[in-house]
Design a binder for this molecule. Structure first.
Ligand SMILES: NC(=O)c1ccc[n+]([C@@H]2O[C@H](COP(=O)([O-])OP(=O)(O)OC[C@H]3O[C@@H](n4cnc5c(N)ncnc54)[C@H](OP(=O)(O)O)[C@@H]3O)[C@@H](O)[C@H]2O)c1
Length: 334
């Protein structure tokens, strides 16, 4: 049994991670992340920018810990590039890496996001980045700061990249379900494009697997859960027709929105989500699959999640698209 400190254990993913770790017999200690405000240009000059006042106190709370999971951060895909966003998603994980080194904690796992590879046609476990939004760019910066800290060779570090994560009580999930019931469902081609999505229980289990492995690499992707655009729509709106749009027209529309989306983060995030459900995104098999890790939850859990959300169709004001960028406003049910 290991003693694992989980930062962000009050959040959506942190709760699932703590649960999976306890289930596997580990001793979990919940820790609170520091709220940092750091300008990106300050971080470029000094990776320790903004965190010096907190380093010693974080180090002190890691005494006797075998591993650390960072599930803390600002999961706001439509956010602007603010010091709070950069502080939470880049400066904070680097602070934690430095504190782990000082406290001689041998293992750190940080929750990053598949969004760091943005529009890449195929997600993989490389350090090739293609972020589309300020949120994704802050997560890239966080990965890069951790990569540099890991190069010192004292803390075995892994950045784990889940795609959009669904689960009970999560706003993005209920909004998506409402959208599926209310609006015409459209996609490109025949809807058989793979779409990267995850169940929060599977994300917790993947994190528990990674943190206790001896040989995890620097980057680990969440395994493909098997959904295509069509199966995801069928899960949340069984029996509803899926209309297929010409890929060329969709591509032209998305390209037209790109310049505005690049300076208007909510539009950029919205277009990215629409793009995922229209075009899909492939994923290379990764380290977890090669290791033989099996996702504990399958289609039955997706069906259960969707069935639990099949209430009356909400009034228009309450319904938002699959492109809703407020997925990150979720607070885990307590
Ligand atoms: N949800 C998704 O679909 C998704 C997908 C891919 C990646 N991620 C990443 O996963 C991580 C967790 O996401 P989540 O959905 O679990 O978010 P969440 O439910 O909002 O939880 C995040 C936790 O982070 C801590 N936190 C809040 N504000 C913070 C700040 N300004 N600085 C540092 N920590 C702060 C809080 O925990 P404490 O108060 O306990 O410190 C909070 O409970 C994020 O880094 C996000 O980028 C999420």
């Amino acid at each position: 049994m290991s003693r694992v400190a989980v930062y962000g254990a009050t959040g959506f993913i942190g709760t699932a991670c703590a649960h999976a770790l306890r289930h596997a017999g580990h001793d979990v200690v919940a820790r609170t992340a520091r709220r940092l405000w750091v300008a990106p240009e300050d971080l470029a000059g000094s990776p320790a920018a903004g965190h010096r006042p907190f380093l010693d106190e974080v180090r002190a709370e890691l005494d006797g810990v075998d591993a650390v999971v960072n599930a803390a951060g600002l999961a706001t895909s439509a956010a602007s590039r603010t010091p709070a966003l950069v502080g939470a998603n880049a400066a904070w994980p680097r602070l934690l890496a430095d504190a782990c080194e000082r406290a001689r904690v041998p293992r750190l796992v940080h929750v990053s996001t598949a969004a760091v590879q943005g529009r890449a046609p195929r997600l993989d476990e490389s350090l090739d980045y293609a972020p589309v939004t300020p949120y994704a760019r802050a997560k890239v910066l966080g990965e890069q700061l951790l990569r540099d800290a890991a190069a010192r060779g004292t803390v075995a570090t892994t950045v784990y990249r889940p795609p959009s994560v669904h689960g009970p009580g999560r706003r993005m999930t209920s909004d998506f379900a409402a959208f599926c019931r209310r609006f015409p469902l459209v996609t490109c081609a025949d809807g058989s494009q793979p779409v990267p999505v995850a169940l929060v229980g599977n994300v917790g289990a993947a994190l528990a697997e990674i943190v206790t492995a001896d040989d995890a690499p620097l980057v680990v992707s969440h395994p493909y859960e098997g959904h295509t655009v069509r199966t995801l729509y069928e899960t949340f709106a069984p029996g509803r027709p899926l209309r297929c749009l010409p890929a060329a027209a969709v591509g032209a529309l998305l390209r037209a929105a790109e310049p505005t989306g690049s300076w208007l983060p909510p539009l950029g995030a919205l277009c990215r989500r629409a793009e995922l459900m229209l075009l899909g995104q492939a994923q290379a098999p990764g380290w977890l699959a090669a290791r033989g890790f099996r996702l504990p939850l399958g289609q039955a859990a997706w069906d259960e999640l969707a069935t639990g959300l099949r209430g009356p169709v909400p009034r228009p004001r309450a319904a938002r698209g699959p492109c809703d960028t407020r997925d990150d406003t979720y607070r885990s049910p307590r």
